[in-house]
Write a protein that binds this ligand. Structure first.
Ligand SMILES: *Cc1c(COP(=O)(O)O)cnc(C)c1O
Length: 217
């Protein structure tokens, strides 16, 4: 698929869901992709990208940001506290806030660095032991703790279990966001972004459908 195919499908999904055109932000997930592929999509004019590791992002994005105006970088993978400063300096959004210690570090770094990325709390909607994120029944409390730290909370993020119907997880995430007065929903990937848009996604994270299969690292 090309970027154009994906943006056409997003536009159609917005219309089908009765949503405002342009209300969904496409995060092109460039992790592990060769720089030529990323550069080709930059040259097509796309400006919002996602990476899942700080180190990898730090290796390629400062150069791209210097060469292309208006790049927005979203961290979508787990964030270790000792990488948080680098993430705050480099990223415009972090989608993986999932524990108090990290939230406290981000609050302190926001003061020190004079900037803070938009933050999404990751919710482990499938309650999978190996997956990051706060459990659904801990979400309200954690949201309140982040608000008490004055963090710029934009919304919630989830990665549904691969074997389950994602719509159930998207609906659960939307419900938790709504009852907490949050309107950002980071949900939907290459195989299910239209269903996510139907259920209210504001940010979809699409990698392989844009760039092609990831080369195994
Ligand atoms: C890799 C990744 C994606 C993109 O996955 P695709 O199936 O290639 O679209 C989305 N979200 C997260 C958190 C990822 O790590």
């Amino acid at each position: 698929m090309t970027l154009r195919d994906i943006t056409d499908r997003i536009a159609k999904a917005e219309v089908d869901a009765g949503r405002e055109p342009g209300s969904v932000t496409l995060i092109a997930v460039s992790k592990v992709q060769p720089n030529e592929r990323v550069e080709a999509v930059l040259n097509e004019g796309h400006r919002v990208y996602g990476e899942n590791r700080v180190q990898e992002a730090a290796g390629k994005w400062p150069d791209f940001k210097a060469r292309f105006d208006g790049v927005e970088l979203h961290l979508i993978g787990p964030l270790q506290t000792n990488k948080a400063r680098q993430a705050v300096q480099l990223c415009d959004a972090i989608h993986s806030v999932d524990r108090l210690k990290l939230a406290q570090a981000l609050a302190r770094l926001a003061q020190e660095e004079g900037r803070c990325p938009d933050l999404f709390i990751q919710v482990n909607t499938g309650e999978e032991p190996q997956k990051a994120g706060v459990l659904p029944n801990e979400a309200d409390g954690f949201i309140a703790e982040c608000r008490a730290l004055d963090l710029p909370l934009r919304g919630l993020m989830c990665i549904p279990p691969s074997e389950e119907e994602p719509a159930l997880h998207f609906a659960l995430l939307a419900k938790i966001a709504k009852r907490n007065g949050l309107d950002g929903l980071s949900m939907g990937m290459s195989d299910d972004f239209e269903r996510a848009i139907a259920l209210g996604a504001t940010h979809i994270r699409v990698g392989s459908a844009i760039f092609g299969a990831r080369v195994p690292s």
